[in-house]
Design a protein around this ligand. Structure first.
Ligand code: TYD
Length: 138
């Protein structure tokens, strides 16, 4: 099942009384090369982000600060992942519909992505996504 590929990755954490440190190395902690980084911040209470799927993009979502919920849907099954640890990354493979909500005040959601921004890589319509998902080999 495609959804099973979407898992929390435990990133390295260097504990230090001066403040903890986490690092990510492409090819070691994640299987894709990072071509883009973007982040969501100043998210107003009650707002929802995402609401789309990607055809080919691989992503890792990290809560840099605060917490939020990520709802994942591969067209057959759904699951929700609560993200609140800066040393946790949620890997999202291609062809997963995602919605992100329940942001705490001051939350920052950083996303590492395998490709540059490309609007043609998006499904923004859920019924079109479902049609596409039915063609994905199981
Ligand atoms: P969108 O991917 O819909 O954001 P979210 O997943 O948080 O709901 O993008 C919102 C807008 O930002 C849209 O007009 C495209 C633009 N955008 C870029 O220009 N570059 C990027 O890397 C991203 C992620 C979005």
């Amino acid at each position: 099942m495609l959804l099973d590929k979407c898992q929390i990755i435990d990133l390295p954490k260097v504990n230090d009384p001066r403040g903890n440190l986490t690092f990510i190395e492409a090819g070691k902690h994640i299987d894709f090369d990072i071509r883009r980084v973007y982040y969501l911040y100043d998210v107003p209470g009650g707002a929802e982000r995402g609401g789309h799927a990607h055809k080919a993009l691989h992503q890792l979502i990290i809560p840099m600060s605060g917490s939020f919920d990520v709802h994942l849907d591969d067209g057959q099954s759904k699951k929700t992942v609560h993200m609140s640890r800066s040393y946790h990354g949620l890997y999202i493979c291609p062809m997963i519909w995602r919605e992100i909500d329940n942001f705490t005040s001051g939350a920052v959601c950083m996303v590492l992505a395998s490709e540059h921004y490309d609007e043609l890589d998006y499904y923004r319509d859920y019924s079109q996504f479902i049609k596409g998902a039915q063609k994905v080999p199981k």
